[in-house]
Design a protein. Structure first.
Length: 135
């Protein structure tokens, strides 16, 4: 498709592509990762089998933290979901480019290793509320 017409020099300067979207005429339009909107964490998107974030459990992919690419301070999406928006943690928040989710240091491992976060939501909320009261 479009990649066949690109020289090797152009490939090096090309932004990371998140996905292809068809525009009018059926030609693919490339969307850089930095332009993707974050999908919100919900009980449905966190389902380990059918949910959007089932990729979070994929051990064959490197889930390395990178600086968040938002202009405003990024918020930990797991804190926001688990506490029903009572806590919107902004400190030490990093982006997982593979999952396209912003997470704080505390939530990074929980998000990528806990199979059923929905079942653990109440326990996570208690833990996060306790941690927030200490600070």
């Amino acid at each position: 498709m479009a990649a066949a017409n690109i020289t090797s020099d152009e490939k090096d300067n090309k932004p990371i592509i998140s996905r292809l979207r068809k525009r009018e005429g059926g030609f693919p339009q490339e969307i850089p990762v930095s332009k993707r909107r974050r999908v919100g964490l919900t009980d449905k998107t966190l389902d380990p089998v059918k949910g959007y974030f089932k990729c979070r459990l994929d051990i064959n992919v490197a889930h390395w933290p990178t600086d968040s690419d938002t202009s405003n301070p990024a918020r930990c999406q797991l804190h926001t979901w688990a506490t029903d928006s009572l806590i919107r943690k902004k400190k030490m928040v990093m982006l997982c480019r593979h999952c396209n989710v912003n997470l704080c240091r505390m939530c990074w491992r929980i998000f990528h290793e806990t199979k059923d976060l929905v079942k653990e939501k109440n326990q996570l909320k208690k833990m996060m509320m306790t941690e927030n009261n200490k600070n």
